[in-house]
Structure formats: C-alpha cells, structure tokens
Design a protein. Sequence first.
Length: 160
Amino acid sequence: MESNGAFEKVLHSFEKYYNVQTENVDAPFTARAEFRSHNEQYFLVKSAKVADIDSNDFVFLANEKSLTAELLSSLDAAAWEQGLAMVKPYYGHRNSDVTLVIVAEHIDEDAFKMVKKLKHYKSYKFSLYGWSAFRAVAYETSTGKVACNRRGSDLKKLVS
C-alpha cells in the first residue's frame, strides 16, 4: 500500500472520536488529533459535586518516506514536549496521554528496535493531579510490519 493512502486511512480512523487537525500543525508532524473527556459526579444535586474527572489523549501523526533512528528520536522528543505543553494538571485531572503514530514507506531495523523501547511517564504532584504516559506505533507500508512500545500495543490493530 502506498504511504499516503495508508496515512489517510489511519487519519480517517481517528476522525470518529478525535478532533483532527491537518492545517497549522507544528513541525515535524503532518497532523494532530485531540480527545478530551470531562466527567462530573454528583450526590443527589449538582451543588453536591463528588468528583470532577478529565482525561485527554494527544495524538501526533507523522508521514515519512524513510524512518531512521535519528528521525525517530527527534519525533519522539517533539511529540512528548508538545504533548506535555498541552497538559493542564489540577485536582480533577486524571490523565493526559501522548501518542505518536508514524507511517513510513521504509523503516530502518534500528528504528524498529528503538520504537519498542520508547517510554515516557510523568506524574503531577505524586499522581494526585494525574499523570501522562507515552504510546508509540510505527507502520512500514512497503512490508506491512508494525512496531510499538509496551503501552502502544492496542494501536497495532489501528494501523494494520
């Protein structure tokens, strides 16, 4: 499958639940998707609020011709940095996950190994104000191979 066609399919799969943005996206990414969920729990009346829960997912999508270990490292750092910049922790914040999705025509063997080892985690005020975790998946369109980190294993079905 051609790289652009595969990227469009992945992008389309996010459009159902995420706000997808393809214009005015910060480099080096081709698109960005955001999912925000806000829940409130009450006891009998709205003035007796028990819980206020926010959960977010920030997805950064890259469409590359060839993915090397150096390029993967820069995409990884940029996604984590830009994702954390969007996090606003407070007492009702549960989690804000950052996801990196890479669709490439060719992925170096070193980059495949590196994707599996990517991990970032940050807690805010000892997790009282929530946490942020990192998920990553890379899809090679020429062979159909998929690599992901431990937290990104559920993304394999999405790109396959």
